[in-house]
Design a protein around this ligand. Structure first.
Ligand SMILES: [Zn+2]
Length: 65
């Protein structure tokens, strides 16, 4: 297994993305996560697996009432 982290680039600016802690809100819950962000245009890229994982976590919490 290759442990190398995959490099992402902004398709708009071709800038290499840097990881930044980003706050986002889903269903009234606030999450902070290190996400790849374009240093030029500020666009945040949310990998699909992270979005799915965050949503699954929230749903579990809601069911656990
Ligand atoms: Zn960009």
């Amino acid at each position: 297994m290759a442990a190398k982290e995959r490099k992402w680039k902004c398709w708009k600016c071709s800038e290499e993305l840097v990881k930044q802690q980003v706050l986002f809100t889903y269903l009234g819950h606030t999450f902070s996560h290190d996400l790849p962000t374009c240093p030029k245009c500020g666009r945040v890229f949310i990998p699909k697996e992270l979005a799915d994982g965050a949503i699954a976590e929230v749903e579990e919490q809601l069911e656990d009432k």
